[in-house]
Design a protein. Sequence first.
Length: 209
Amino acid sequence: MFGQLYDRALDGERCWVRHDDGRVRKLPVRSWLGGRGADARFDRAVVDMCEGPTIDLGCGPGRLVADLVQRGVPALGVDLSATAVNLARSSGAPALRRDMFEPLPGTGRWQTVLLADGNVGVGGDPRRVLRRAAELLRDGGQCVVEFDTAIAGIDVSWVRLESARTIGPWFRWASVGIDCVPALAAQVGLAVAGVHPIGRRVVASLSAT
């Protein structure tokens, strides 16, 4: 979805996100790469929530998967970006280059599905993303999902990546407010098990019923 410009951002090129209404925000690559630029408090809290075999959808460079593996938790990352997957593997995180909606190993047997860093908004369709997460879970499993604290409802817009020398194609993305959690969970057959503020961010645990 992000394409070559996303890969180049991971390799160090300065990039940003432009919304179709003119808003521009920095692409938070340093936090995705982990280490000094990461939100360590958030990462620790999210990893603590992951129980049993965990699959991270849209894992990026794999910082959360690497942390899980270091703790002895079986984990797998999934991402479309070849650069992201290579970075994940180089950090010790098992990762597949694949669309999250394509067939994935262990479907119906994962204890935890992880959707961090706004990935519930992939494709501008959070219901589709959460339905996919629910398909991957075993009975009694959970989906650990980051939501947005800055908005109410679901904000679907067209966005694109830009750099000083390249403008990427438009694609749909959704920002999903934490107020939407009960309704979204019910629509995809999950139940809200808990809501967890972490600094300025928030994560919900959605259990398979």
